[in-house]
Design a protein around this ligand. Structure first.
Ligand SMILES: Cc1cc2nc3c(=O)[nH]c(=O)nc-3n(C[C@H](O)[C@H](O)[C@H](O)COP(=O)(O)OP(=O)(O)OC[C@H]3O[C@@H](n4cnc5c(N)ncnc54)[C@H](O)[C@@H]3O)c2cc1C
Length: 390
């Protein structure tokens, strides 16, 4: 296990986010979620706190924090409202991509602006026919003079409308295997515009939960991107770049699942001490106590897996296996804990009057985003078979 010790400053960052969530987020989150309202004011406050530049090195104006600290702030934000962490997630993956793989020119041009959240970034990988099977994407970038011309259709773009910068995975060559012909572009567009150049943003997809933040289709129609915006200035590296960012994304999903599960547990243990049946609080029935014990134990186990994966990534190790385990366990755990929390609330858990109803609708997203549970199991098994090869 690689669990990093925090400095006083790092603990202060996490505590500050927790206090912010208690003060500014928890009182309004249920109402905003039910109204599917974009949290403009809260996002402005998150910008002021420097959260959009959390993992960007200080030389570019960021907070220069490791994934271990970033992930723990995502737990806190998601404990309030997981959509806030969703607004940050694709942006942080974009800053990670540019910081890790960008040319000096790309770092200078984009990172100092991104730390303030203007522009904000989206990450366009999935397509209507290709989610798990990333190598099946069809969006194509063709070199034309000093530009690349992009055509294709992206799906499930979190922050699709409000982002001013889209990290876009494309095919630049037909190769066998296909991943060798994939390239990532930094595509600039006008934030909030339905069309800028050849980038066309579709309507907001209505979702079960994860509301407030928009999820859209994005089409590219002969959109020209300067060649200097090819990430790392080298074709054929896009899949590898994407996989590096996805390790960060998987730790991030584990952290968000942990935040939602923690809140569901807190709501359940409070309710269990207030609600009485058969002459005593339901918390005094052993069946409810066993549920609470299992919920808290699973949350703790997920936290260890998440911190281990983050610590390894911070140490510069490949974390396919550990990030996959953390994401798989935390997302399945979150669904189970939210279901138990809803059941502890009885009929009231099914009512929008209680926060647990929202948490129960948010939880399934974690089973899907950044690779489904089935895909995590494939990644984990592949790594185990490599590690224990006979
Ligand atoms: C709210 C939301 C936000 C999202 N945001 C983004 C975003 O910002 N950017 C982005 O690029 N994408 C985003 N996604 C897309 C997400 O990453 C994909 O939905 C996910 O990877 C699954 O892909 P799919 O939906 O195409 O499902 P499919 O790949 O079609 O899978 C369907 C089912 O088949 C299973 N399956 C697939 N292949 C196998 C296999 N080999 N073996 C066993 N089972 C298999 C899957 O586990 C799943 O159960 C978002 C999705 C959602 C719902």
């Amino acid at each position: 296990m690689t669990i990093a010790t925090l400095t006083e400053e790092q603990q202060l960052i996490i505590d500050t986010v927790r206090e912010f969530v208690e003060r500014e987020v928890i009182p309004v989150a249920d109402a905003m979620e039910h109204a599917d309202e974009y949290p403009d004011k809260i996002v402005e406050q998150m910008k002021e706190m420097g959260l959009f530049g959390m993992m960007v090195p200080e030389e570019y104006g960021g907070l220069g924090q490791p994934l271990t600290v970033y992930a723990q702030t995502m737990v806190e934000l998601s404990r309030g409202w997981m959509s806030l962490a969703g607004i940050l997630n694709t942006h942080t993956m974009a800053t990670y991509l540019i910081k890790s793989y960008g040319t000096d020119d790309q770092k200078q041009r984009f990172l100092p602006r991104m730390v303030g959240g203007d522009p904000r970034a989206s990450l366009l990988m999935s397509e209507p026919h290709a989610g798990s099977d990333v190598q099946a994407i069809k969006t194509r970038a063709v070199k034309d003079g000093d530009d690349y011309v992009i055509n294709g259709q992206k799906m499930w773009a979190t922050n699709g409308l409000r982002s001013g910068l889209c990290m876009t995975l494309t095919k630049t060559a037909d190769t066998d295997p296909p991943f060798k012909g994939m390239s990532m572009f930094i595509v600039e567009k006008e934030a909030g515009a339905e069309r800028s150049g050849g980038v066309i943003v579709g309507k907001n997809i209505e979702k079960l939960g994860y509301k407030g933040v928009e999820t859209t289709e994005i089409a590219f129609d002969d959109h020209r991107v300067p060649a200097k915006n090819l990430l790392g200035d080298e074709e054929g590296q896009g899949f590898i770049h994407n996989m590096g960012a996805i390790e960060v994304g998987r730790v991030n999903v584990a952290a968000r699942a942990l935040g939602v599960a923690t809140r569901a547990f807190e709501e359940a243990i409070r309710y269990a001490q207030q609600r009485e049946t058969f002459g005593k609080p339901i918390a005094q029935h052993q069946a409810i106590q066993f549920k609470l014990a299992e919920m808290a134990t699973k949350i703790e186990a997920a936290k260890m897996l998440m911190l281990n994966a983050a610590g390894l990534k911070d140490a510069g190790e490949r974390t396919d296996l550990e990030a996959g385990m953390a994401k798989l366990y935390a997302s399945e755990m979150c669904m189970e804990v939210c279901t138990e929390a809803l059941r502890i609330h009885g009929g009231y858990g099914y009512s929008k009057e209680y926060t647990v109803e929202r948490l129960f609708r948010d939880a399934p997203f974690f089973l899907i985003g950044e690779g489904t549970s089935e895909i995590q199991k494939m990644v984990i098994a592949r790594n185990l078979l490599k590690k224990y090869k006979v």
